[in-house]
Design a protein around this ligand. Structure first.
Ligand code: DX5
Ligand code: ZN
Length: 216
């Protein structure tokens, strides 16, 4: 079954409580985009906002860390109430990414890795035996909502689905960027089972109905 994770990056940050309630009954997860102005050009949400969101919802909090050296923040986001953290493979050297994943385990959060469009499917191989909970494939350059879906990432999604089925069954395969009614079909056809959607959900007149439609 496909899970939909609306991204609050496209919500009204002045009224997050209402924005979360608009999607809460229909959504499977809530996707929180953390950006540091270094790994990506934009700055968005940090630890205190995640802690506040946690008090307002029981939804599974899927925190996408687009920050340099993300291992520095694993404990803080775990304590703030995130349920899953994903760290970008490009954001630090491999030993530090392994350490960040171990820190997630020690802090009781689910473990995810994320790939920029430039990063090849094979880059996930060294992490599979660590027992990942999620692999996130970006289908836009990270940094901003509302960008156009990159169809050239579909082969990578298929390749990672194959690795997961062979070496890490149970790991979720999440796609993030430019997901709408049309591209949702392409990515689920390629093997994704968690879809992040920001502008498609929050730009819809009825966000809950859009979530159901995206699930297919
Ligand atoms: C972009 C973020 C995405 C973003 C997706 O860097 O990681 O989660 O919110 O937004 P849409 O769905 O509008 O492409
Ligand atoms: Zn994201």
């Amino acid at each position: 079954m496909v899970k939909i994770a609306p991204s609050i990056l496209s919500a009204d940050f002045c009224d997050l409580d209402r924005e979360i309630r608009r999607i809460a009954l229909a959504a499977d997860w809530l996707h929180v985009d953390v950006m540091d102005g270094m790994f990506v050009p934009n700055i968005t949400i940090g630890v205190p906002v995640v802690a506040s969101i946690r008090k307002h919802t029981d939804l599974f909090l899927d925190a996408h860390l687009m920050v340099e050296k993300p291992g520095r923040y694993v404990e803080a986001f775990a304590k703030a109430g995130a349920d899953l953290l994903s760290v970008h493979l490009e954001a630090d050297l491999p030993p530090a990414i392994h350490d960040a994943l171990r820190a997630m385990e020690a802090n009781g959060v689910k473990k995810g890795i994320a790939l920029r469009p430039i990063t090849a499917a094979e880059a996930v191989i060294p992490y599979l035996e660590q027992g990942l909970d999620l692999i996130l494939v970006m289908t836009v350059e990270p940094g901003f909502g509302g960008q156009k879906f990159m169809a050239d990432q579909l082969g990578k999604i298929r390749a990672i689905r194959d690795y997961i089925d062979r070496y890490c069954p149970g790991c979720d395969l999440e796609v993030d960027g430019g997901v709408n009614l049309e591209t949702a079909k392409l990515v689920t056809g390629a093997g994704a089972n968690v879809l992040v959607a920001g502008s498609a959900v929050y730009g819809a007149a009825d966000p809950a109905a859009m979530i159901d439609a995206l699930r297919g």
